[in-house]
Write a protein that binds this ligand. Structure first.
Ligand SMILES: *Cc1c(COP(=O)(O)O)cnc(C)c1O
Length: 337
C-alpha cells in the first residue's frame, strides 16, 4: 500500500522507476565465471570509490562481513569488535559458527569508538592458552554516528604495531562521507578491507560490495562460493547498485536534514526526549505512551516504526518532507498533552 510510511530502517526502500529501467537494460553473464559485465563494472566502481584494488559483489552485508572475517582469520583466530557492532551482535554469531573465529567483544564508547588502550590490553600474548588475535573490526557509521575524524588512523597505528588486520563494516559509509564532507576514499584509507551496503540509504534492492587488495579479494571469492553467495546473472542487481551510486549519494544529505528536522519537531511534543540524532537516525524516549504502544497505535494509522524503550527512526529515499511532517502530526495526535 503506497500510503504506508515506514521509518523502521533505510532497508525498506523500493527501487525507483529509473532504477528499474537500469535493471531492465543491464548486460548480464554468469558471474561465477566472472562473465557478468555489469557486476564487474560495479566491483571496479566501488573499489575505485573506496580507494582499494578490487571489489566483490555479495548478496548481503552479513555475508560480506563474514567473508571478510573468514578471509582475514583462520580457524582458532580472534577478532576484536564492539559489543554493539553489527559484525558481533547482529550477524547470528556467524564468524564463530561458520568461521571458527572467536570474537573478543569490547564496549563501544558513546562516540562509537573502541578505547584503543583497552583494545591493546585485550590483544592476546603468543601463548598456547590463547586464541590468536588477528583482526580489529570497526563500524562507520555506528548507531548512525560517523566515527570521529582521526580515530581510524590511530587504530591503524595500533594494528600495525601488533601486525593485525583492520576491517571496516561500512554498511552506511556513504552517510558518514556526506555528513562529514570528506571522500569515502579518505575514510577508507586506514583500513585493509571495507564492506559497503547498497541496500541501505543508497536504495538498491540487494547487495553489498567488499573491497580490499587484489590478493585478498581473490581469496574472498572462494569463501563467497563456499557460503553460497556465488550468483549467476546478477547483473540486474548490480545495475540497480550502479544507478544508486550515480544518483543516490548526494541526496543522503536530504535524509540527514529530515532526520534533524524530525528530532527538532518531535522534541517539542509532550513527553518526548530526543536521545540522539546523527546522520539519518533519530533516537527518542517517550514518557507518556511507551514505544511499543506507539508502534501498535501508529500501525493502525499506516505508519511503521520499531518502538522500544529507546525508539529508533531512520529516514531514507521514500521519506520526503511531507512524510516527515505527516509522522510528526500522527505523533502529536497520539500523545496526550
Ligand atoms: C545492515 C547492516 C549490515 C548488513 O546487513 P544485511 O541486512 O545483511 O545486508 C552490516 N552492518 C551494518 C552496520 C548494517 O547496518
Amino acid at each position: 500500500m503506497d500510503t504506508w510510511l515506514d521509518l523502521r530502517s533505510d532497508t525498506v526502500t523500493r527501487p525507483t522507476a529509473a532504477m528499474r529501467q537500469a535493471m531492465a537494460h543491464a548486460q548480464v553473464g554468469d558471474d561465477v565465471f566472472a562473465d557478468d559485465p555489469t557486476i564487474n563494472a560495479l566491483q571496479d566502481k566501488v573499489a575505485a570509490l573506496l580507494g582499494k584494488e578490487a571489489g566483490l559483489f555479495l548478496p548481503s552485508g552479513t555475508q560480506s562481513n563474514l567473508v571478510a572475517l573468514m578471509t582475514h582469520c583462520q580457524r582458532g583466530d580472534e577478532y576484536i569488535v564492539g559489543q554493539k557492532a553489527h559484525t558481533y551482535l547482529y550477524e547470528g554469531g556467524g564468524a564463530a559458527v561458520l568461521g571458527s573465529i572467536q570474537p573478543q567483544p569490547l564496549s563501544v564508547q558513546p562516540d562509537g569508538t573502541l578505547d584503543l588502550d583497552e583494545v591493546e590490553r585485550w590483544i592476546k600474548p603468543k601463548d598456547a592458552h590463547f586464541a590468536n588475535t588477528r583482526l580489529l573490526c570497526l563500524e562507520n557509521t555506528i548507531g548512525g554516528r560517523p566515527l570521529p575524524p582521526g580515530y581510524p588512523a590511530s587504530a591503524r597505528e595500533l594494528v600495525d604495531r601488533h601486525d593485525l588486520g583492520l576491517h571496516l563494516d561500512g554498511a552506511r559509509l556513504m552517510n558518514a562521507a556526506v555528513a562529514q564532507g570528506v571522500s569515502a576514499e579518505a575514510l577508507c584509507a586506514p583500513f585493509d578491507t571495507v564492506s559497503l551496503c547498497l541496500s541501505k540509504g543508497l536504495g538498491a534492492p540487494v547487495g553489498s560490495v567488499l573491497v580490499g587488495s587484489r590478493d585478498f579479494i581473490e581469496r574472498a571469492h572462494k569463501w563467497r562460493k563456499m557460503l553460497g553467495g556465488g550468483m549467476r546473472q546478477a547483473g540486474v542487481l548490480a545495475a540497480a547498485a550502479i544507478h544508486a551510486l550515480d544518483h543516490h549519494v548526494e541526496r543522503l544529505a536530504d535524509d540527514h536534514r529530515r532526520a534533524a528536522w524530525l528530532a527538532d519537531a518531535l522534541g517539542e511534543l509532550p513527553g518526548i526526549e530526543i536521545v540522539d540524532q546523527q546522520t539519518n537516525h533519530v533516537f527518542f524516549r517517550s514518557a507518556r505512551v511507551p514505544g511499543q504502544e506507539l508502534q501498535a497505535r501508529l500501525l493502525e494509522r499506516g505508519v511503521r516504526i520499531l518502538g522500544g524503550d529507546v525508539t529508533r527512526l531512520v529516514t531514507h529515499l521514500d521519506v520526503d518532507d511531507a512524510a516527515a511532517e505527516r509522522f510528526v502530526a500522527e505523533m502529536a495526535e497520539l500523545l496526550p498533552a
